[in-house]
Design a binder for this molecule. Structure first.
Ligand code: NAD
Length: 291
């Protein structure tokens, strides 16, 4: 089946980036969220990001207008039932994702492929709650979606070959590169990245270094483009904590225990850039370390 229309559930930082790249590649995009405010903010962000691409000579104004014209929004999840491919990119909580798929299933065309952009939750388990585990896959984009080249493709135990091949083709049409991962907690990228970020938070918690010295050490000492704490703020500390919990519970190994300081930041609502405060405070001209 040729995929032309794409439904996106969740219009947060990942949902808007996914809408951006699909619309730019010529797909018709229908995006939903529980909040109209989130949908309005997503369209504003996509417009701003297209403008940035124009100013860098990567996109023509006419292409921006055409791409924006291909994106529509709705508050009704059921409206996504008629799309060829659904990408769920809502909050990283299994209950939230399960409820979305359960509500969506009665409205789906038989051939619609279901995917989740989850960073860590079992694809097999999410798929088992739908009527089509063979047409269900993990479709893991990286943040920021318009910039990052990789997409992880995760097959659940029941995923069939045509579904996998259809998504490989979609990734090619987006001009991105697919990496296949098995369905184990946090897949490849976050299985390696999150314990590093968590260890950076432990390094801060134990007083080995300050926010500034930890980030500087990894940037200048290991040639990372961003420090781990800066990166954690960028990803969202709630998402980082959720992924560590999935690793901890899913692999039953204490080496994955989330740092209590990470939990404390999340409990404070200091979730990183999206709430303007995390390991850095973003409310002023320049980010200021909070520890
Ligand atoms: P976010 O907090 O920016 O956005 C989540 C959005 O989901 C919000 O707008 C929220 O209103 C919406 N939402 C919540 N419940 C909903 C529901 N029932 N129906 C529709 N919308 C609902 O989070 P994000 O960073 O965009 O993460 C979204 C997903 O992408 C998560 O599964 C996360 O693990 C994954 N992911 C995140 C990153 C990252 O770097 N942040 C990278 C790759 C994958």
């Amino acid at each position: 089946m040729a995929i032309q229309s794409v439904g996106i559930v969740g219009a947060g930082q990942m949902g808007n980036g996914i809408a951006h790249v699909f619309a730019a590649a010529g797909y018709d995009v229908l995006m939903t969220d529980v909040s109209q405010e989130a949908l309005d903010k997503a369209i504003a962000t996509i417009t701003k990001n297209f403008d940035r691409q124009i100013s860098r000579g990567k996109l023509a104004e006419a292409d921006k207008v055409a791409a924006l014209g291909r994106i529509s929004t709705t508050l009704r999840l059921a409206d996504l039932g008629q799309t060829d491919l659904v990408i769920e990119a809502a909050t990283e909580r299994e209950m939230v994702k399960q409820a979305i798929f359960e509500d969506l299933v009665p409205h789906l065309k038989p051939e619609t492929i279901l995917t989740s952009n989850t960073s860590s939750i079992s694809i097999t388990r999410l798929a088992s709650r739908t009527d089509r585990p063979e047409k269900f896959m993990g479709f893991h984009f990286m943040n920021p979606v318009p910039v990052m080249q990789l997409v992880e493709l995760i097959r659940g135990i029941a995923t069939d070959e045509p579904t996998y091949k259809a998504l490989v083709e979609v990734v090619e049409r987006l001009g991105k590169t697919a990496a296949s991962a098995e369905d184990f907690p946090a897949f490849i990228v976050n299985r390696i990245l999150m314990p590093m970020i968590n260890e950076a938070v432990y390094t801060l918690y134990e007083g080995v270094g300050s926010v500034k010295s930890i980030d500087q050490s990894l940037k200048l000492g290991a040639n990372h483009p961003m420090g781990p704490l800066e990166l954690a703020d960028f990803i969202g500390l709630d998402t980082c904590l959720a992924i560590m919990n999935v690793l901890h519970e899913g692999l039953a190994d204490t080496k994955y225990r989330p740092c209590p300081l990470l939990t404390k930041y999340v409990e404070a609502g200091w979730l990183g850039r999206k709430t303007q405060r995390g390991f850095y405070d973003y409310r002023g001209e320049v980010p200021v370390p909070t520890r």
